[in-house]
Design a protein around this ligand. Structure first.
Ligand code: HEM
Ligand code: HEM
Length: 180
């Protein structure tokens, strides 16, 4: 089982990162919507801590994934041609951008509240911005808007992948087993 990607195949590292990050992101979207509807209090503070810790984990894994894909580039999309090929590429790049910027906006919004961002209830991360009510509103609004964009792209991406797999080009098989 190859660790690195080939010209027509996804290695185990890229596949593991793809499906692992996908599960984390879906859990994070659900958890984020849950906490934004709650009144923060002692009883639910741990949910905020969990959201922050998992969010910083997504940021770290995305940086790792970016580095890995610079070292061993993933194969080009199969099946799609012309505009569909470029749409698939753009969605992939947008995922990298959003999954780096979204955790940073969450971190900045949390810093603006004046409460420390603590990773895994252990490591205090440095604040990204100075505390202010305007900053808190601005960064969390941006966090909210970008996560809505992310949800739309996930649906598009999933439908695109399923449609190409049903057309018989093996797109999904390649992300599951490595080769089409
Ligand atoms: C991939 C990473 C992340 C995703 C997908 C995500 C997703 C979300 C979503 C969907 C919401 C609800 C937005 C709303 O309806 O207003 C939310 C809220 C929130 N997120 Fe994140 N988040 C991520 C990372 C982070 C990080 C790293 C932090 C802090 C270090 C953070 C802190 C918060 C906080 C404190 C709220 C509640 C804001 C409020 O009460 O209005 N998030 N997140
Ligand atoms: C949070 C959700 C998701 C994110 C952020 C995401 C992200 C990505 C990215 C960035 C790529 C390009 C390859 C890479 O750089 O690793 C990719 C490829 C792929 N994804 Fe996803 N993905 C998500 C969910 C899904 C789901 C639910 C499916 C299943 C239907 C899926 C199926 C695929 C397939 C089949 C490919 C290969 C596409 C090709 O070869 O052109 N992804 N995904």
């Amino acid at each position: 089982m190859a660790a690195r990607n080939g010209p027509d195949s996804f290695g185990i590292v890229s596949r593991g990162l793809h499906w692992g990050i996908m599960l984390l992101v879906i859990a994070m979207l659900a958890l984020g919507m849950r906490i934004s509807d709650m009144q923060p209090g002692l009883a639910n503070l741990w949910l905020y801590g969990l959201h922050k810790t998992l969010g910083i984990t997504v940021l770290s894994l995305m940086l790792l994934r970016l580095g890995w894909h610079l070292y061993t580039p993933p194969p080009q999309p199969v099946g799609a041609k012309g505009p569909a090929f470029w749409a698939a590429r753009m969605v992939h790049w947008a995922f990298y951008a959003l999954l780096i910027v979204i955790p940073l906006t969450g971190w900045a919004g949390s810093s603006a509240t004046g409460i420390d961002v603590v990773y895994a209830e252990r490591w205090v991360l440095p604040p990204l911005v100075t505390p202010s009510i305007e900053g808190e509103a601005f960064w969390f609004r941006l966090h909210d808007i970008l996560t809505k964009g992310l949800m739309g792209l996930i649906i598009l991406h999933m439908l695109g992948a399923l449609q190409r797999e049903m057309a018989g080009d093996g797109t999904l098989t390649r992300m599951l087993r490595g080769r089409a």
